[in-house]
Design a binder for this molecule. Structure first.
Ligand code: AMP
Ligand code: MG
Length: 341
């Protein structure tokens, strides 16, 4: 199997998509701009409007934005190695803990400490450039989860970033925000909703007519087209792809998902937890098809199951057996489809 991917999508109980569900029931939609992306949140049922109004604060930039001066993450990243104290219910340390766990589970393919390297490529500030090999080597000496000391204390947490480390949570934050939104909507008694956080989608419950949601998976090469449709209920559908953020220099395309081993763009799904879905999709992109499928087997042995749709640069769409019934290929897309046994 070719290692290089034009784009690889994946997910865990959930992929990039547009939930296409029609329903006559009462519904309320909000379009918000948060986390650098346009989000569409639609809630069905009697208290739809009230429930949605209460929950939007979850997407508050004040916590997880890396660039907004004054956010909690910004303060941590500029703490110069000093220990930062956090409350027991704070979102930031809980998300860091999840990110470290997933980094471990993916043997470092998902690495939340790549902030300085992403900055050097200019992805953070839209000033794109290709760093030199020496620069990348130096920057990589400040990355790795071993440089993040997270401890639970009697009152909450402490976090210390050692040796110039800085965190970038862009590969997991949207999935985590979807988890929080979902939990809060459930508390309000909502049973049916679609939360599209800029292509990472959570479909809550079923459509009000009792049928599954149908989610169109975007073609990573021709984003006007789609690869197929996934049917799902209570699932996250998350994608990672090269089409989202990239630049070209001297005919080479550089995209925003980095291989933590080299600091360069990686050559190279469906889940019930958004943070895991989001982070695993990023990790699988780094690993390429063979590595992604091996990780899927390993995690299945440990009780974490997810399905994948992989798009290779030679025009094939591979999808795992758990999607055999749920995924309907788009016959007009021009791709060759292979269901993996
Ligand atoms: P996603 O679209 O969820 O795959 O996330 C991509 C974002 O994750 C990038 O824009 C970076 O902010 C961050 N990122 C890039 N490479 C990695 C990596 N190897 N591990 C974790 N996060 C990464
Ligand atoms: Mg991700």
């Amino acid at each position: 199997m070719k290692r290089q991917l034009a784009a690889l999508l994946l997910t865990i109980f959930a992929l990039s998509l547009t939930a296409c569900g029609e329903t006559a029931a009462e519904s309320e939609t909000r379009t918000v701009y948060a986390m650098d992306t346009v989000m569409n949140l639609t809630v069905y049922g009697e208290n739809a409007a009230a429930a949605l109004e209460k929950e939007l604060h979850t997407l508050d930039e004040a916590v997880l934005s890396r660039t907004a001066e004054g956010s909690e993450l910004y303060a941590l990243n500029t703490s110069n190695g000093e220990t930062v104290e956090c409350g027991a219910d704070d979102i930031l340390p809980a998300l860091i803990e999840t990110a470290l766990t997933i980094s471990d589970a993916t043997e470092g393919a998902f690495d939340p400490t790549l902030a300085p390297v992403l900055d050097a490529w200019g992805f953070t500030k839209d000033e794109r450039r290709v760093p030199s090999a020496d620069e990348l080597k130096e920057l990589l000496s400040h990355t790795g989860c071993g440089k993040v000391a997270l401890e639970k204390t009697a009152d909450g947490w402490t976090v210390t970033l050692l040796d110039g480390a800085q965190l970038d949570l862009g590969g997991i934050a949207k999935g985590y925000a979807a988890d929080l939104l979902r939990a809060q909507l459930e508390k309000e008694g909502v049973t049916s909703a679609t939360l599209d956080l800029g292509g990472d989608v959570f479909v809550m419950g079923r459509k009000t007519d009792g049928s599954d949601w149908r989610i169109a998976v975007k073609d990573p090469v021709d984003t006007e087209s789609y690869l197929g449709v996934v049917s799902a209920a209570d699932k996250f559908v998350v994608t990672s792809g090269v089409y989202e953020r990239y630049f070209e220099e001297n005919g080479v395309r550089y995209h925003h998902i980095l291989d933590p081993k080299t600091g360069c763009p990686a050559e190279s799904g469906l889940c019930e937890n958004g943070a895991w879905a989001d982070a695993l999709s990023t990790a699988c992109f780094v690993l390429g098809p063979d590595g992604a499928l091996a990780l899927r087997d390993d995690l299945a042995d440990q009780g974490t199951n997810f399905e994948l749709i992989l798009v290779t640069d030679d025009g094939r769409v591979l999808y795992t057996d758990g999607l055999a019934d749920a995924f309907t290929p788009n016959d007009e897309s021009g791709y060759t489809y292979e269901a993996l046994a």
